[in-house]
Design a protein around this ligand. Structure first.
Ligand code: PMV
Length: 331
């Protein structure tokens, strides 16, 4: 096979602070042991062909999309990947076509950061293919350009965690800080299977904030308190406190209108089965919830989620952020 670069990046769960992070508040986010893999090779000049294991393949010539597999439905999914790759070529002043292949273990449009991980892996693989290395800031900014195509005002939290891995506190103004916990943070993800758009959810919160400025101000104070307490609980390894704080965070998310009846059902059954805390993760409106569990209750929580019609997924922290390797021959 020809010279190619293969990169992978982890998905994530937001433990605390989604949506409020868009408004400059801090968030706490953890990389998970599910990754997206992106292979990049050279292709005919000027053309970027993208194939995804979602069943879409398409050819971008400039901004023009030609579907090869899966019809025009593939365009909105593949376009931001094209933007990520094209902006990287422009940034590196390279004129080349590319063949990009994506395979992912992260469900899409469900709050687990699949888009950002794909962009970050695409960008770093493209730069490696041409023997260029990007700084953290360059990789972050290029990936944010692609994310802006998905929704207008991304906070950058998904990019920061896909690049770094592990557990971080992220703030769009002050950047990220690595956090360490002496204990595992055992989570069961419950996927409602309901796809939703992050952009739509972010716009919904924007309308809420414009209509209810004083409520929003109170919620900002509350999330600040939750984040500060959660940092202490993580450092002390106090999972019970962490669970209580997750429940409190979910109350705020309900108020700003991003929960969903299916999410509420999965949260309820997880709590009844013994979860220490449970909340939606990511943009909400469908997608995934997370339940903080102990060894004793993890199986019963997973079962309760499945019985309620959700798909359960136990996850561990991934300490590995984005990774990339160049292959020059038949290796
Ligand atoms: O796209 P999701 O579901 O992983 O959510 C991203 C988190 C938000 O806070 C809702 C948006 C953002 O840009 O931070």
């Amino acid at each position: 096979m020809a010279r190619r670069a293969i990169a992978s990046a982890p998905g994530k769960v937001i433990l605390f602070g989604e949506h409020f992070v868009v408004y400059g508040k801090s968030s706490i986010v953890m990389a998970i042991s599910r990754r997206v893999y992106v292979t990049v090779e050279k292709y005919k000049t000027e053309e970027i062909i993208i194939e995804s294991d979602l069943g879409y393949t398409g050819l971008f010539t400039g901004n023009t999309y030609k579907p090869l597999i899966g019809g025009l439905d593939g365009e909105p999914i593949l376009k931001p990947v094209y933007i990520a790759a094209n902006k990287t070529l422009e940034f590196l002043s390279i004129n080349s076509g590319l063949k990009i292949s994506i395979s992912s273990e992260i469900p899409i449009a469900s709050g687990l950061g699949s888009s950002a991980s794909t962009f970050v892996a695409t960008i770093i693989a493209t730069s490696y293919l041409f023997d260029c290395s990007l700084s953290y800031k360059e990789l972050f900014n290029l990936s944010l350009r692609a994310e802006e195509h998905v929704h207008g005002t991304p906070s950058g939290v998904d990019q920061a965690i896909a690049i770094n891995g592990g557990l971080i506190e992220y703030n769009r103004f002050s950047g990220f800080e690595k956090l360490k916990s002496p204990v595992d943070i055992p989570l069961i993800i419950g996927n409602t299977g309901i796809l939703r758009s992050t952009g739509g959810q972010v716009a919904k919160v924007r309308r809420f904030a414009e209509k209810n400025p004083s409520i929003m101000k109170t919620l900002f104070l509350q999330i600040e308190e939750i984040i500060s307490k959660a940092k202490n609980s993580l450092v002390e390894g106090d999972l019970e406190d962490l669970g209580i704080l997750m429940d409190r965070n979910q109350e705020l998310l309900r108020i700003i209108g991003v929960s969903h009846e299916k999410l509420e059902e999965l949260i309820l059954v997880a709590k009844r089965a013994g979860a220490l805390g449970a909340k939606l993760t990511g943009a909400g409106g469908g997608g995934c919830m997370i339940a903080l569990v102990t060894d004793k209750v993890k199986n019963s929580v997973a079962k309760a989620i499945e019985n309620a019609g959700g798909k359960s997924l136990p996850v561990n922290i991934s300490t590995n952020g984005v990774e990339v390797k160049l292959y020059n021959d038949d290796s």
